[in-house]
Design a protein around this ligand. Structure first.
Ligand code: CA
Length: 230
C-alpha cells in the first residue's frame, strides 16, 4: 500500500512539479491549493504526511497544523519563502516536523520526508537512543559518547543538549524547543546559553569545530544534528 501525501501549495507550477515528482517516487498524492481545500482533504483523505505551504490565499498554514495536531499525529513538513522566518519558527514550535526554504531540490524534500516518516515510525515503537555518524557514537542509555573510538567527557548540560538533538537526529530543533527541554520553559529567550553550549559540544565532538559537519546551525531557527550515518 502506498503512502498518501497531502500537498498544500497555491502556486500552480510548483504544485504540479512536486506532485509529479512524488508520484514517480510511488507516493499517492492529494493536492490542495487553499486552506479550505486542505482542511476538507485532511479530514477525508487520511494522509500519512502533509507538505504545507505557509502563505495560502484564504488563510494561514498554521490553522491547518492546529487541526492536524488535534486529529492525528502525522508528520508535517512546512515549505516557505525565506521572508516568512518568524512564522516558520512558530510552526515548528507548534509541532511541524521540519521546514524547507524555497527554492529547494526535490531530492532534499524526499530525504526530509523519509526522515520525518521514520521518526514517526520509531516514535510509535521507542525513541532513538543510539546515534552513529562517521567518528561520533552516542549511546543515550549508557551515557556513552565517543569520538574516533575515544570516550568524551561531557558535562550534564552538554549531554542533555546532545541527547535532545539525538532523539530528533536529521530534523531541525528550534532554539525555543532546545531551551525549554534542556534548561526549562522559563529559559526560552536565553539563546546565548545555546551558542555557548553548542560551541563546547563542537569543540569536543567535531573534527573541525569551526566547520561543523554534525552539529549544524539552522540560521535564525535552531540546530540540526546530521542524519545518522550520513
Ligand atoms: Ca504560497
Amino acid at each position: 500500500m502506498s503512502l498518501e501525501v497531502l500537498l498544500v501549495e497555491d502556486d500552480r507550477e510548483l504544485r504540479s512539479t512536486l506532485r509529479d515528482a512524488l508520484v514517480v517516487e510511488g507516493y499517492g498524492v492529494h493536492t490542495a491549493a487553499s486552506l479550505s481545500e486542505a482542511q476538507a482533504l485532511a479530514a477525508h483523505a487520511a494522509p500519512d504526511l502533509v507538505i504545507l505551504d505557509l502563505g495560502l490565499p484564504d488563510g494561514d498554514g498554521q490553522a491547518l497544523l492546529a487541526t492536524l495536531r488535534r486529529q492525528r499525529n502525522i508528520p508535517v513538513l512546512v515549505i516557505s519563502a525565506r521572508q516568512a522566518d518568524g512564522q516558520k519558527i512558530a510552526l515548528l514550535d507548534a509541532g511541524a516536523d521540519d521546514y524547507l526554504v524555497k527554492p529547494f531540490s526535490i531530492g532534499e524534500l524526499l530525504a526530509r520526508m523519509r526522515v520525518a516518516l521514520r521518526h514517526r515510525g520509531t516514535q510509535l515503537q521507542a525513541s532513538i537512543t543510539h546515534y552513529e555518524n562517521g567518528q561520533l557514537t552516542v549511546d543515550l542509555a549508557s551515557h556513552r559518547v565517543q569520538r574516533a573510538g575515544e570516550p568524551q567527557h561531557l558535562t550534564p548540560t552538554e549531554f542533555k543538549l546532545l541527547a535532545r538533538l539525538v532523539r530528533q537526529a536529521g530534523q531541525v530543533v528550534t532554539h525555543r524547543q532546545l531551551l525549554a527541554d534542556v534548561w526549562g520553559p522559563e529559559f526560552t529567550e536565553h539563546t546565548h546559553y545555546l551558542r555557548l553550549y553548542m560551541g563546547q559540544l563542537r569543540a569536543k565532538l567535531e573534527a573541525e569545530p569551526g566547520e561543523p559537519q554534525l552539529l549544524l546551525t539552522e540560521p535564525g531557527v535552531g540546530y540540526r544534528l546530521a542524519e545518522p550515518g550520513a
